[in-house]
Ligand binder design. Structure first.
Ligand SMILES: *Cc1c(COP(=O)(O)O)cnc(C)c1O
Length: 498
């Protein structure tokens, strides 16, 4: 299986090279030249397997230049041992007339772990395979969750280092504690004076500074990023769509071949795109429901064919979905146009130059046969949390509540052709505990973050995730701060630190 750029750049690369490079030289994203196909007996056979074995079955179809031993060892390091707090890794909660796919049982209690546990392993294995002797230094600017998930994924991974910059005062107390207590021999964490844009702008400048890059290269270090357009972050996400279907079969909630709907809380379009790939590989999926918050740029696109990022930006109670440029949509356009790279490159140029583009009616109709989209505001998100608790005795986090509410809207409109619904759950309710408690009519005034954890525990009886419960007693290991201008010096120092 070879990979090529969505924008038509010349040449094909192996999976391991796509993972090392992250992005293609022409600015496009790496995509497989064709999608592997599976049949129903393959899917049925997944029922009796562990999550790790399911992951192996899917990943080996895509990552063909990795040996079986390499894949097994990457998967074991990512999902094995006791990193996840449940044997099933991505369990399916079976409610009376709905299913919730829980993707937050990893070390940082959010779905980013599903990908960011595996990507570092795949990258580390890719380096010697391609004769690369340098250390790869991953730089991350974070507004909260991605930084912690990346730190956990890369800690102590051979031939890699990770340095995270977060805005001083721009993350929650829990998020800050999660990062400044990070353990590992290859990690560095800095608070940047300023806001998220300062941190992100600083990282971008460093990536764009060729002379600085060359200086690091002479010292045996190459810079890279772990962002969600890397193929190594996307491919692990295909696994849990198959895993959920296999669990539906095993629970007797589906006959083999029967279709399901997935409702996915969407930001950068990575998660739901993995569901699309699963469907195109042969998983019986009826509709992929794209659920957005007030930053409803994807709803508009999937309803009208117009992508327009020139719109107000809202800060919502679902911060991980506060995105106006959904990078992974480019991969969908490439597939749905039958690999028309020139067309895709044109739209992306338009987006960069004018802030918008529009696809034609035929393509829109094709996309709408597979995707259905709607959005939910903060008030309705809060209401959905209350409703799910009172009707199903299930506590949703805010992001999952967006998918829950949009699934409800879909079912109201499509009572006639509705399939079993799987709501994809992307965060533990403990990660967004204040909003969740408020939605459940609890009084949160004056409570510290740790008191909030306890309050939600007292209310819901759900176990507090280990990683969050342990934070109170962990020593602070990272107290460094810098200005945006000082970030380069911080990188230079950490790059050569032993
Ligand atoms: C990142 C994230 C999302 C959005 O996922 P995309 O792949 O960017 O669409 C949704 N919910 C949570 C909790 C997240 O962390």
């Amino acid at each position: 299986m070879k990979y090529q750029s969505t924008r038509g750049g010349q040449g094909q690369v192996e999976a391991s090279q796509a993972i090392i490079r992250g992005m293609a030289a022409d600015g496009g994203l790496f995509v497989p030249e064709s999608l592997p196909q599976v049949d129903m007996s393959f899917i049925e056979s997944l029922q009796d397997m562990s999550y790790e074995e399911r992951a192996f079955q899917i990943l080996q179809l895509f990552l063909t230049d990795y040996t079986e031993e390499e894949l097994h060892s990457c998967i074991r390091a990512a999902y094995g041992g006791d990193k996840f707090d449940t044997e099933k890794r991505a369990p399916l909660a079976l409610l009376d007339d709905a299913q919730v796919l829980e993707l937050w049982h990893g070390p940082t209690s959010a779905f980013k772990d599903m990908a960011l546990q595996l990507l570092p392993q795949l990258l580390s294995a890719a380096l010697p395979k391609n004769g690369i002797k340098e250390t790869v230094l991953i730089l991350v600017a974070t507004s909260g969750d991605t930084g912690k998930a990346a730190l956990e994924g890369f800690r102590d991974v051979p031939q890699t280092k990770i340095q995270v910059f977060y805005p001083d005062g721009g993350v929650s107390r829990i998020q800050k504690l999660q990062m400044v207590t990070q353990e590992g021999s290859n990690v560095s964490v800095y608070a940047v004076k300023g806001n998220f844009d300062d941190a992100q702008g600083g990282v971008k400048e460093i990536f764009g500074d060729a002379a600085f890059g060359e200086k690091l290269a002479r010292q045996g270090v190459r810079l890279s990023s772990a962002n969600s357009i890397n193929w190594g972050r996307l491919v692990p996400q295909i696994v849990y769509y198959f895993s959920a279907y296999a669990d539906m079969l095993a629970a007797g909630r589906l006959q083999a071949g029967e279709k399901v709907d997935f409702s996915v809380p969407t930001g950068n379009f990575g998660n739901i795109l993995a569901g699309y790939y699963a469907k195109e590989m042969g998983l019986p999926v009826h509709k992929l429901i794209c659920a957005s918050n007030s930053n409803n740029v994807l709803t508009e696109f999937l309803q009208t064919g117009k992508y327009n990022r020139e719109r107000p930006f809202y800060k919502t109670i679902t911060p991980s979905m506060d995105i106006l440029v959904s990078s992974n949509l480019e991969r969908l356009l490439y597939e749905m146009t039958g690999h028309d790279a020139a067309q895709v490159a044109g739209w992306m140029r338009e987006l960069a130059e004018t802030g918008h583009y529009e696809v034609g009616p035929d393509l829109l109709q094709k996309i709408r046969q597979i995707f259905w989209a709607d959005w939910t505001n903060d008030d309705d998100t809060m209401e959905a949390i209350g409703a799910a608790y009172h009707q199903k005795d299930y506590v949703l986090d805010t992001h999952t509540a967006v998918a829950w509410d949009v699934a409800r809207k879909y079912k109201e409109e499509h009572a006639a052709d509705s399939c079993p619904m799987i709501v994809v759950s992307t965060a533990s309710s403990y990660k967004f505990n204040r909003s969740v408690l408020l939605a459940l009519d609890e009084d949160t005034s004056g409570l510290s973050e740790f008191q909030l954890l306890k309050a939600l525990h007292d209310f819901s009886d759900l176990p507090v995730p280990r990683g969050l419960a342990a934070l109170k007693d962990k020593p602070v290991l990272h107290e460094d701060t810098c200005t945006r201008e000082g970030m380069r010096a911080a990188v230079a120092e950490f790059a050569v630190r032993r």
